[in-house]
Design a protein. Sequence first.
Length: 616
Amino acid sequence: MPGRPHPLDELLHAHLRAFLTEADEAALAELERGLEWLELPAGGVLMRQGEPADAMYVLASGRLRVSIADADGTARVVREITRGQVVGEMALITDEPRSATLVAVRDSVLARLARPAFDTLLRQHPAVSMALTRQIVARLQTEGRRTRPDRPVAIALLPLAADGDAAARAATLAAGLAEALSRHGRVARVDATAMAARLGHAPDDGADTLRRMAVVLDEIEAAHDVVLLLGDAGPTPWTRCCARQGDEVLLLARADDDPAPGELERACGLVDTDGRPAPATVLVLQHPPGRTGPTGTARWRAPRRLRAHVHLREGHADDVARLARLLARRGVGLVLSGGGARGAAHAGVYRALLEHGVPVDAIGGTSMGAVFGALMAFDASGDEVVSTFARHFADNPTGDFSWLPLLSLIQGRRLRGMMERTERQFGGAPGLHVEDLWKPYFCVAANYSRATEAVLAEGPLIPAVMASCAIPGAMPPVLRDGELLCDGGVFNNLPVDVMRGTWGIGPIIAVDLGLDLPQRIELDELPTPWQLLCDRLRPRRRRRYRLPSLPNYLMNVTALYGTARQRAAAAEADLVLRPSLPRIGMLQWARYDEAVTVGYDEARRALAAATELPGR
């Protein structure tokens, strides 16, 4: 490359040699002569969708995120670019506008090849053209396939409180996190002392020091799968370096502290003050030992633009292990379908998973799956889930029929009371939000006002759950922000697709309680209401008309579309459990023990047959 030597010259040469495996030295030399260095800060935009193409780039150091804007303007992340990869070449070859927007996840250094030099290189060296063609073909072959988010390599851990206790807590967490992450690959832990030893002096903000630190971190990254950067308790040059170099930035805070962004976040550019996209940040809230459940999480989330948040209980090794799995993109997601009383099988599945050592890192569900999932997200044990719902089902959650059924046949008060008792017992306080659960959780409802699916991952917990299971005609809808919400099974009875987009999730276990197909009715015409009433007065075995009751009919028919989607949804899961419940109806709450046993046995059978257990 022309001009003064750059600290990354040698690294770039290695990347180019790996890319141009069949090219001769002349082609490599020609390419390097045409390149010029470009330094892009974290959050900086390299190219925008729709812009004319004027250059190709080689990523020497850092990471880029690729997103595509859909027709409605919604940006969708499609992949990430890591060091050594070439970007922007397709638009130069096709002479089309840029097809995507590329943003730096962290401070990145690229080598730029302008269009004139690019055209000359392709004319004179066919081997370069072949290398680019192979890369384009490989990229097109993977488009449309189910992919999981790229796992971060450089993870920055920044304590938000500026005191010695915060530094000690961060160091303790870093040690535990490094140990847990080592189960997923080689881990290097780097703090200011370690960097000073490599530099020969303390980190500072000088341009030469920043480049040397980038080279050191690249060398460490080349030899490890994960680099854990531990920042100082304060906005020091090293802390700012960590914030810029992290693919993912963990903000460590005590849950009881002031949630307002402080000096460190402002100094590190983690607060959106200048219109640039903030780096990907994850809030890690530490709670003192013995706390029943988190509260007030929304106050921490409101002033920040976060990718996710995680709750950690001090001294709770399982919480650290869960954070490590999420960071490694190996978090286990559990998706629970609707099914009324058949949902008791979820409790049996959950108990079997925990007994087999399969962690449940995030839960999502629809209708009765949302009800069971909320208790699991409180981090209740398998026995607690089974025993709690045994009491709830014994009270017949849908037995409070409305005497004036203008909006629904069932009042829904019993189900709400059931959720309120669960909230007090396992959450420790009334009025909790979805964000106040120990584990990530969402439920799916149908937005009647907009005729769309609604994913409820924040806001008041009980209204969200009640909306998810508000079967039209059977249960009253829920009013939220001026819009009516009802049962999520109308649109999505097994929301595997939503779980697939949840931060940190890798393998997904889906519990499919899809309804059996309605049986053929051997009648020439339907009976009159009086005939049907008289028939219902007979003993069950002597009845002539095998027709569903009105509540069962309403509950089943409104779920037909969501149930029809379940087969395609299940195909997206890594492990699908289908407990066989042909004899249990949606309102047969008294058959709770039977459904739990069926779910438990099905999960044990599937786990025994699995070659590799999720989360291991």
